[in-house]
Write a new protein. Structure first.
Length: 679
């Protein structure tokens, strides 16, 4: 039991440590150098970027080397205007800025009296990032909608990036009764399946119980999807794998929206050449989105809804149940000798007196299992699948002036797995699950000066799971087995397994709630050739667990005791039995993280940059009613407290023709892996 508690505590820390989200996740940057017709730099030029969709404007002043940086811009289409005294304006329209992109816009100003305009009507070819050493890829809104996605799950897009694969779950995805089925286990460059950080509009979108992703909004509600796989900036701490940032769509100055329906049905399907029948999956997805201005250039609203209905039946399941002869004690069809489990004396001609049969086993076999007309007792059965997903997303944006912008967004995904149980066939048992995933954020961007900007965000995420057996299930006590059954939980058959013959089980009654609260602040300051970034996150995580794990008892029957597993079952000779007291755990975690980074623009008229960053991390995990400081990285016996305090330093170099990437010291996410803890 102590080992289970220690493992749970380490796992919760491991998951929570990777879930805090940087405040600026998913935002982009526009950089460039202002030059005259001879190629000489123009200092102190004014650079304006106007959001083509909302009219929001940002303005900065180029430094003495003509270099400018526009940080923390929402991915959108921008109109860029550069002006300087004694020079003609430079205008570049409809410049597309992607999520997490550092976009270079070179500005060549002509002499006064001439006008130069560069108009880009379509999205330009993908630009090589010459200003950072980050390896990343962006899937824009058109590809999100147009690419074929099985089930319209946008997280699958992360697998399109070089270096990423779908990794084995290894308990990261714990199945449809604990984890919402939208989870994807992504491994980037060989990292663990649960070491990818997922962010939605800058708020953490990791399930802190398993550290896989919470669901993301459906494709029509997403604007862009960015995946960073290596050398990301200091603000992205806590993960050794990829960083996935998704940005939801917002309202614009024009009313826009769509309605959709996707229907998959056997009526429309062709039969697989090697299959006897058509694929019977029925999946219907329908919904719509709408965005509009409430007050032009200032107030915008966006809302969307999608519902998914899935119906299917998994046929081809085979089991072997007692035949009519075997229920009369006639096991003569079995060639191996059958013997008494107590005396070990063989039964003559494999004939077992029915008086020795266990009444509970006979009752279950005759009342709750299907009958078979085949001599070997074979039966075939199907497992029905009935699932419903309902997704809601709403977002509001408010532009107060050129110096302040506020947004708020809420996303809810409600998943229901409908139970099924026939009282005459417990082999085809399907348990129920109700999982609700919430993600909410409110953020404000304030521009103090043209070169000093602050982002602050409050976010909340919650995943609640309520799962259990079908409401009409029995327990072993109803069969006459004298085993304690907890009255506070619904009746359930945990597990009855008869080796090589049949098994039946149901998911135990379980309630799992996980909450994550965080406040984050990022500051961006451009000073001469330096672009400073510093900030931090304070977060609190909770995992509250109540379940009846092993409460009802698990029964296993094998051939060891009688020579045949089915005869062992009918004689009531158990090979193994497990019963537990359930799981009741309250785990809480507190975080404080800080980082600082300096990107130094080394040479005028080039994009050679040196980056140095450092960060600190402190965390305390405790169970209910207990809090105690312990040595760094140590899990202390009897207190279930885990504390971690670490620092990490990074150095990176990039320039126009190629990138050099150097990492020094120990990288923080690797220190958070469970093998690093001393227990």
């Amino acid at each position: 039991m102590m080992n289970r508690l220690k493992s749970f505590g380490v796992a919760i820390l491991y998951a929570l440590a990777s879930t805090y989200a940087p405040a600026q996740a998913g935002l982009g940057t526009i950089v460039g150098t202002v030059t005259d017709p001879t190629g000489a730099v123009i200092p102190s030029a004014s650079v304006k970027a106007v959001d083509h969709n909302t009219g929001a404007m940002r303005e900065v002043t180029a430094n003495a080397e003509g270099y400018f940086v526009l940080p923390s811009l929402r991915p959108s289409i921008y109109d860029i205007t550069v002006t300087a005294a004694n020079f003609a304006p430079f205008v570049r329209n409809q410049v597309t800025l992607l999520a997490d992109q550092s976009l270079t816009v070179e500005s060549h100003l002509g002499l006064e009296g001439t006008t130069q305009t560069v108009s880009v009507e379509d999205a330009p070819a993908t630009q090589v990032d010459t200003t950072t050493s980050t390896l990343s890829q962006v899937v824009e809104q058109k590809r999100i909608v147009d690419l074929p996605l099985n089930g319209r799950n946008p997280v699958q897009l992360a697998l399109l990036v070089p270096g990423t694969v779908q990794a084995p779950a290894n308990n990261a995805d714990q199945g449809q009764y604990k984890t919402l089925p939208a989870a994807i286990t992504v491994s980037a460059n060989g990292s663990r399946a649960n070491q990818t950080g997922f962010n939605l509009d800058g708020s953490s979108n990791n399930d802190i119980y398993t550290n896989v992703n919470q669901p993301f909004p459906f494709p029509d509600a997403l604007q862009e999807f960015s995946v960073q796989t290596s050398n990301y900036t200091a603000r992205y701490g806590g993960n050794s794998g990829a960083i996935v940032n998704a940005i939801t769509r917002g309202g614009t100055n024009s009313v826009h929206g769509d309605l959709f329906e996707f229907n998959r049905n056997a009526v429309f399907n062709a039969r697989n050449h090697f299959a006897k029948v058509r694929d019977q999956l029925k999946r219907n997805q329908f919904g719509g989105v709408v965005g509009a201005p409430l007050y032009r250039d200032h107030t915008f609203i966006f809302a969307g809804y999608q519902q998914t209905e899935i119906r299917n039946i998994q046929n081809g399941n085979v089991a072997y149940v007692p035949t009519a002869a075997e229920l009369r004690g006639d096991f003569s069809a079995i060639t191996t000798p059958i013997f008494n489990p107590v005396s070990k004396a063989p039964y003559i001609n494999n004939q077992i007196p029915v008086s020795q049969f266990d009444p509970a086993a006979v009752l279950f076999a005759t009342k709750y299992l299907p009958g078979s007309t085949l001599p070997n007792g074979q039966v075939s059965y199907g497992l029905p699948l009935s699932q419903t997903f309902k997704e809601y997303v709403v977002r509001g944006d408010q532009v107060f002036a050129s110096k302040d912008r506020l947004f708020a967004r809420y996303y809810l995904n409600k998943y229901n797995n409908n139970p099924f149980l026939s009282n005459t066939n417990y082999l085809a048992t399907v348990s129920s699950a109700q999982i609700y995933s919430h993600n909410a954020i409110i953020g404000e961007t304030h521009v103090f000066t043209s070169n000093l900007l602050n982002d602050v965000r409050l976010s909340f995420s919650r995943v609640s799971t309520n799962a259990g057996p079908p409401s009409n299930s029995i327990s072993v006590a109803d069969l006459g087995v004298n085993v304690y059954q907890p009255p506070q939980f619904a009746k359930a058959l945990d597990s009855i397994n008869v080796s090589t013959y049949f098994s039946t089980s149901s998911f135990p009654p379980s309630i799992i709630n996980r909450n994550n609260y965080s406040v984050a602040d990022d500051v961006s300051w451009v000073k001469g050739r330096h672009t400073f970034a510093f900030g931090g996150v304070a977060a609190r995580g909770q995992v509250l667990l109540r379940d009846a794990y092993l409460y009802g008892g698990q029964f296993s029957f094998t051939a060891d005791n009688t020579g045949n597993a089915l005869s062992s079952f009918l004689l009531g000779s158990i090979r193994s039995f497990q019963q537990g007291a359930g799981e009741f755990k309250d785990d809480r975690d507190y975080f404080a993280t800080l980082y600082a980074q300096d990107d130094f623009h080394a040479f005028p008229k080039s994009h050679t940059q040196f980056r140095y960053s450092m960060g600190t991390f402190y965390s305390l995990v405790r169970d209910k009613g207990q809090s105690r400081t312990v040595p760094c990285g140590e899990l202390q016996r009897g207190h279930q407290v885990v504390a971690v305090s670490e620092r990490a330093r990074r150095f990176a170099l990039s320039w126009r023709r190629w990138h050099a990437k150097v990492w020094s010291d120990r990288i923080l996410p690797q220190l958070l892996s469970p093998p690093g803890f001393r227990v």
